[in-house]
Write a protein that binds this ligand. Structure first.
Ligand code: FES
Length: 170
C-alpha cells in the first residue's frame, strides 16, 4: 500500500520522486541508485521522513531495512526535520582560537536551542562542523551553503535577526 500523503504539496513531491525513480537506471549501480533516490527525496521533503522511506522501499522494491541502513549510514542524510536556515558553525582549531565558542554560546542563547536542535518555528537548525577551509577568515559559519566570516557575538545576533525576517526560497 502506498504511504499516506498528508497534503497536496506532498502528493506532488511524491509524484516527482516517483518520476525520478522511473528514469533512473537501477540495473547499472544498485547501491548508488538508492543513494541518488534518497538525495532526491531529501531535496524534495528536506529530510527523510519515515513514510517517504517506506514509499521509496516500495517503489524501488528494496527491503525497508536496506533503505534505512543507507539513510542512517551517511551523515548527509537527515532523519529529523531541519529549519529553513541550517547554521553550521566551525569549531575547527583556527575558529576555536578566534572565539568560535563564544559565538556558539551566543547562537544557542539567541535561538534557544542546543547544537543539533531546531527552533520551534522551524526557522533555524544549529549545527557545528570542523574546518570549512577558510581559516584566514575565522571564526566562520555556513548558513545554507553561504559562508559568513570574522564573526563576533554582535555580528551573529544581527545576522540571526536579519534572517528571522527574511523569507527563504524553496
Ligand atoms: S578552522 Fe574554521 S575554517 Fe578552518
Amino acid at each position: 500500500m502506498a504511504a499516506e500523503v498528508k497534503t497536496q504539496e506532498d502528493a506532488q513531491k511524491m509524484q516527482e520522486l516517483q518520476g525520478f525513480i522511473t528514469h533512473l537506471d537501477e540495473q547499472e549501480y544498485p547501491h548508488s541508485y538508492l543513494i541518488a533516490v534518497l538525495h532526491k527525496a531529501q531535496d524534495l521533503f528536506r529530510y527523510l521522513r519515515k513514510d517517504v522511506m517506506n514509499e521509496i522501499a516500495r517503489l524501488t522494491e528494496t527491503p525497508i531495512s536496506t533503505v534505512w541502513g543507507v539513510a542512517t549510514f551517511y551523515h548527509y542524510f537527515n532523519l529529523e526535520p531541519r529549519g529553513d536556515y541550517v547554521i553550521s558553525l566551525c569549531l575547527g582549531t583556527a575558529c576555536y582560537v578566534k572565539g568560535a565558542e563564544k559565538v556558539l554560546e551566543t547562537l544557542k542563547h539567541e535561538l534557544g536551542v542546543e547544537v543539533g536542535g531546531t527552533t520551534e518555528d522551524m526557522k533555524f537548525t544549529l549545527l557545528t562542523t570542523r574546518c570549512l577551509g577558510t581559516c584566514a577568515l575565522a571564526p566562520v559559519m555556513m548558513i545554507n551553503g553561504k559562508v559568513y566570516s570574522q564573526l563576533t557575538k554582535k555580528k551573529a545576533i544581527s545576522l540571526i535577526n536579519k534572517l528571522r525576517h527574511t523569507e527563504t526560497e524553496e
